[in-house]
Design a protein around this ligand. Structure first.
Ligand SMILES: *Cc1c(COP(=O)(O)O)cnc(C)c1O
Length: 399
């Protein structure tokens, strides 16, 4: 019996784009650049053109592309054990669970490992119902928590939600940074309040410290759990390991994903000590806590907690914010950010025009809602590269 070789992948930008167009589901509004290689904050397309990546692969590559620690952990574990469902204990998982719990905001004691941000949210919603015996979830306007049915129910954007109605019941959305509205929405049927501390997809909007303190106090007073969604803000994005660290709060449940494992698909839920272990067989997922993801995630966490990367991210974030705030374009309404999650609110639409102009300048950026340009550069980005991004933005705002 002869085995045929797999077909060679298409080689040029045009060929790759055409092949994907022919076979992909169609749900992604695709950009016209086929990325094939990356290192640090740089990526290359199939035709050899270099770009400065201020997206970190949608926030999944906080350590930059192909970080040596990620590559080494991936290589080593790939030759040792790749699959091991969580019913069997495993050395890499044990070590990672211990390291993650130690690094989480104080008071967190256990973790559930899964495969994505939406899956972390799904689990957190189920855990909140289980732990409180209540059903209500209060989320925020402009909040984003993912696309699966449960997570989608808590995501605010109506155009994402409405085609799939009816979603799960008992979810309400209140204005972000308005404690009064939350006060009216949280009652004896509320299982949890779900918030981001910097709304990411919703336009890069940091929460006010007084609001966050108020949310935490209100949850405690009414017996609702506080779920903090750090899928985008976690792992150094804001200049601290967690956005929670800026606000001095410990959530009941924290959701993590994106940069957790250097770009390998993974997610996690941190669970507060006061709940103890959950009941066996109440939840689960085949790939959760697989050794490959755990080995890489441990390398990522080690890198973030034993180098000056967090401090670097904070300093670079201030530098970038300062430079962007000094821009005087009449198109610019406001610059917001925390560490290296930065948003430029414009007086006009960002998509697709400005994103495309930036691509022409060889800089990749993201939108966050209709009028916000979002920058999520890798924490390893160099100052000269930040200057390059700012120069490109200044240029396109002048255009
Ligand atoms: C991206 C994101 C999610 C969803 O994560 P996926 O891995 O895409 O499912 C959830 N919450 C926040 C805050 C996010 O930024």
């Amino acid at each position: 019996m002869t085995r045929s070789e797999p077909a060679n992948p298409p080689r040029t930008n045009a060929a790759i784009i055409a092949t994907e167009q022919a076979h992909t589901s169609g749900v992604y509004p695709k950009r016209n650049i086929a990325l094939v290689r990356g290192v640090g904050a740089q990526v290359w397309d199939a035709d050899g053109v270099e770009y400065l990546d201020c997206t970190s692969a949608q926030g999944a590559a906080n350590l930059g592309h192909c970080h040596p620690a990620v590559v080494a952990a991936l290589n080593e574990q790939a030759q040792t054990l790749i699959s091991c469902p969580e019913i069997f204990p495993n050395d890499q998982r044990a070590a990672y669970q211990q390291a993650l719990v130690a690094a989480l905001p104080s008071g967190m004691a256990r973790v559930f490992l899964c495969n994505s941000g939406a899956e972390a949210i799904e689990g957190a919603l189920k855990f909140a119902r289980l732990l409180t015996g209540r059903t209500g979830i209060v989320a925020t306007k402009r909040g984003f928590h993912g696309r699966t049915m449960g997570a989608l129910s808590t995501t605010w954007e109506p155009k994402y939600r409405e085609p799939f109605a009816p979603l799960i019941a008992d979810v309400t959305h209140v204005a972000y940074n308005h404690l009064d509205e939350l006060d009216r929405a949280v009652n004896a049927t509320t299982a949890a309040v779900l918030i981001e501390l910097v709304q990411g997809e919703g336009g890069v909007r940091p929460a006010d410290p007084a609001y966050v303190q108020g949310v935490a106090a209100l949850c405690r007073e009414r017996g609702a759990l506080l779920i903090v969604d750090e899928v985008q803000t976690g792992f150094g994005r804001t200049g601290r390991l967690w956005a929670c660290d800026h606000y001095g709060i410990t959530p009941d449940l924290i959701t993590l994903a994106k940069s957790i494992a250097g770009g390998i698909p993974m997610g996690a839920i941190g669970i507060h000590a006061r709940f103890g272990p959950l009941q066996p067989a109440m939840h689960g997922t085949t790939f959760g806590g697989n050794p490959l993801g755990c080995a890489v995630a441990r390398a990522v966490l080690h890198e973030l907690t034993t180098t000056d990367l967090l401090c670097q991210a904070a300093l670079k974030g201030e530098y970038l914010l300062g430079k962007l705030r000094a821009l005087t374009s009449p198109k610019l309404r406001e610059v917001r950010g925390m560490g290296l999650i930065v948003g430029l609110e414009l007086k006009e639409r960002v998509q697709p025009y400005l994103i495309r102009l930036l691509e022409e300048q060889r800089v990749l950026a993201l939108p966050a809602g209709p009028t916000v340009l979002r920058l999520l550069p890798p924490l390893v980005i160099e100052y000269a590269q930040l200057d390059r991004a700012v120069a490109a933005i200044a240029d396109v705002l002048d255009a």
